[in-house]
Design a protein around this ligand. Structure first.
Ligand code: G3I
Length: 399
């Protein structure tokens, strides 16, 4: 470190300790010291030899404390909503990139890679894609719109995102192979292959994932394996599978998760855990089907999480991460769906209540789950196999 760099670093620490916020550009790639109660290592450092650590964020509009937490603990981000078709392409031919561009700029200025989410989904997708003259549009029209959308979006972010969730949640939850979405009914089964082919053409360096919830379990796991083989047969470039990881306390399917990681890996897929959280409230619905809401019930943890539940959350997160570390040679990235409890979608799904599914609480204080998971990396040290190489090294997450 030169004298000049040292002076900037020291001034940054001093200003931060006085409670002022430094402008982002002054922070460069160096995250500020973490929050007061987080005396231990940061997530990104502890896991840098294993896999990338990510968080979903709404955009660049985080407050200063949230930014500190993000830059210190994570080396990759996923936009929670602002890269979905509804946000980027609300009207045909009218693209709105400003919000997503700001997110990418903030991430890169602070050494974080970006995973794009999601090129195609049945939710948050405007109806115009499927309509023509007030009627259901024909296959060729919808296919052409799919191609234009993906070529434009993946082209716009080419060289800026490390990976894409190309198609999200296309597998059926019940007896069918694929979900009966408007994409399927308008185009047919090959819409998924088309999406991967166009995305690859627009950004040949991006890693391309199929992303879904509950695909660790049968029968969805078997359908995901069928999809991987179908895509390969059609010559579609798929590189990995995103297991979303929206699990619930006391019912995490550990064995299924391990079996699924092994099964996807044996098909030549990289595996990412893309939307991790553990719901501490009771609910009837598995997975993350946003369309399935439940009747509002008591808000059990409105005043905080009781110590015993907090401990179970810590233990179960530790068990999960022990599994991820065991398979770090197959896993590229673990991303939490939200930065802290106050920003979790689980406060509103499947009904409104106060949820506590992540590593930091609403006051951005680290929870016991973080310590429990960090402790694993101290125990494991260098005993593990080499982590999996991910993507273009320029865009890869920094330790
Ligand atoms: O932006 C509008 C705002 O203009 C409006 O006033 C407000 C009123 O409801 O809604 C705002 O939109 C909300 C949007 O999030 C942005 O905050 C939508 O109502 C709300 O439905 C939407 O929820 C998102 C959900 O996907 C949509 O289906 C969640 O934030 C987001 O976390 C969630 O993410 C999904 C992944 O993409 C795929 N896997 C499951 C995961 C969890 O559902």
């Amino acid at each position: 470190m030169t004298l000049n760099q040292y002076a900037i670093w020291f001034a940054t620490l001093m200003v931060a300790s006085l409670g002022f916020e430094m402008p982002l550009h002054a922070l460069g790639n160096r995250p500020l010291a973490v929050l007061q109660n987080q005396k231990e290592d940061t997530l990104r450092k502890a896991f840098h030899k294993s896999f990338a650590m990510g968080a979903a964020i709404p955009g660049a509009e985080l407050n200063a404390a949230e930014r500190r937490l993000l830059f210190a603990n994570f080396n990759t981000v996923t936009p929670e909503n602002c890269m979905k078709p509804l946000s980027l392409h609300p009207k045909e031919g009218r693209f709105r990139f400003a919000k997503a561009d700001a997110l990418v700029e903030m991430a890169h200025a602070n050494g974080l890679a970006v995973n794009g989410h999601a090129l195609l989904w049945h939710k948050q997708c405007p109806d115009w894609f499927f309509m023509e003259d007030g009627q259901q549009a024909g296959r060729e029209r919808v296919l052409q719109r799919l191609r234009t959308h993906i070529a434009t979006v993946a082209g716009h972010f080419a060289g800026k995102v490390q990976s894409w969730d190309v198609v999200n949640e296309a597998i059926d939850d019940k007896d069918e192979y694929l979900r009966k979405s408007k994409w399927l009914t308008s185009i047919g089964e090959d819409f998924i292959a088309e999406a991967f082919i166009v995305a690859h053409k627009a950004d040949p360096k991006a890693e391309l994932y199929y992303n879904d919830y509950s695909i660790e379990r049968r029968p969805k796991r078997d359908k995901a394996l069928r999809l991987i083989r179908d895509l390969k047969q059609r010559g579609a470039p798929i590189h990995g599978i995103g297991i979303q990881g929206h699990w619930a306390l006391d019912s995490i399917p550990f064995q299924d998760i391990e079996d699924a990681i092994l099964a996807f890996h044996s098909e030549g897929m990289k595996v990412a855990i893309t939307e991790l959280d553990i719901d501490v409230g009771k609910r009837k619905t598995d997975g993350a089907d946003v369309g399935r809401l439940e009747r509002v019930r008591a808000d059990l943890f409105a005043n905080g999480l009781p110590a015993d539940v907090q401990q179970r959350l810590a233990d179960q997160y530790a068990q999960l991460f022990a599994l991820f570390l065991k398979h770090q040679d197959k896993i590229t990235r673990v991303t939490f769906w939200g930065l802290h409890d106050g920003r979790s979608w689980l406060n509103g799904w499947p009904f409104q209540r106060t949820n506590h599914p992540l590593f930091w609480d609403r006051d951005l204080q680290a929870k016991p789950a973080l310590s429990a998971v960090l402790a694993l990396t101290r125990k494991k040290a260098d005993k593990n196999p080499q982590p999996m190489a991910i993507g273009d090294s320029k865009l890869s997450p920094q330790p």
